[in-house]
Ligand binder design. Structure first.
Ligand SMILES: NC(=O)c1ccc[n+]([C@@H]2O[C@H](COP(=O)([O-])OP(=O)(O)OC[C@H]3O[C@@H](n4cnc5c(N)ncnc54)[C@H](OP(=O)(O)O)[C@@H]3O)[C@@H](O)[C@H]2O)c1
Length: 251
């Protein structure tokens, strides 16, 4: 039975959908009835494949390093030859830490390539057929660092600020053509990306006590918010950067 949060019959691409926040997004989309295509460097874990099979959903995986623009072109063509993609979730991201004065330019380029250029390229490649059909949903992963500058992560902060602005720019061109472009901005989530922060007991304590909700986020906290943005319920939601941060930005 269809409803405002039902994604039955829809197919979603999720970059980096096999682990971390991406896995939470994949599980939520599968739970809402969607089939999912994961693009990432590492293969999908067997238990996630079993989970999809148990739900009667199709879960596919294509190997892709988002650093490689030619690879993105080739994989997108391969995916589009087989699937009609209704939903694109640009989840994959990378973070490198170093003081700004010493931040290597080649690392800057790598972070910007994966977190920004690849996001735009995927929006173009999967967005064009959505625009032709007049129907599609794009959800980008922004960050608290879309709003704040952070410390020792200048490339990441610059890339996530740009993802927020790109989301609004695409909204302005595509919302009238049936394609919703929005972003979610996670707060602090205990994933591999935050290993360095979590290993720094002082910084961990400073961050944790500042979160009004009193806890770090889990991938499930993001997954259902992405389902909302990808579902009929959010048909009139365009160009938003929705913080899912336990209240961090309100403080
Ligand atoms: N964790 C947080 O607190 C937090 C806060 C705000 C925003 N975010 C954002 O949320 C998203 C997911 O973060 P996370 O915490 O789940 O990170 P994570 O645990 O480090 O996972 C990163 C994901 O991105 C994929 N990825 C990274 N580089 C890639 C590349 N070059 N090519 C293809 N895939 C690549 C990885 O897949 P493979 O390794 O298999 O390629 C993995 O699935 C990111 O955009 C991140 O910036 C996270």
């Amino acid at each position: 039975m269809s409803g405002p949060f039902d994604l039955t019959g829809r197919t979603a691409v999720v970059t980096g959908g096999g682990r971390g926040i991406g896995r939470g997004i994949t599980e939520a989309l599968l739970g809402a009835g969607a089939d999912v295509v994961i693009l990432s460097r590492s293969d999908v874990p067997a238990d996630l494949r079993d989970h999809a099979e148990g739900l009667g959903r199709t879960l596919s995986w294509y190997a892709l390093d988002l650093f490689d623009p030619d690879g993105i072109d080739a994989v997108a063509a391969e995916v589009l030859a087989v699937h009609r993609i209704d939903i694109l979730v640009n989840n994959a991201g990378t973070q490198e830490r170093a003081p700004a004065a010493d931040f290597p330019l080649e690392v800057w380029d790598r972070v910007l390539d994966v977190n920004l250029r690849a996001v735009f390229q995927l929006c173009q490649l999967f967005g064009r057929p959505m625009l032709e059909r007049g129907d599609g949903k794009i959800v980008n992963l922004a960050s608290l660092l879309s709003f704040q500058g952070g410390i020792t992560i200048p490339a990441y902060a610059a890339s996530k600020g740009a993802v927020a602005q790109l989301t609004k720019a695409l909204c302005n061109e595509w919302s009238g053509r049936g394609v919703n472009v929005n972003a979610v901005a996670p707060g602090y989530f205990a994933t591999d990306m935050n290993t360095a922060l979590m290993n720094d007991r002082v910084r961990l304590e400073q961050l944790s006590v500042r979160i009004p909700a009193g806890r770090w986020g889990t991938p499930d906290d993001i997954g259902d918010v992405v389902v909302f943005l990808a579902a009929p319920a959010a048909i009139y939601v365009h160009g938003q950067v929705l913080a899912v941060d336990g209240g961090w930005l309100a403080r």
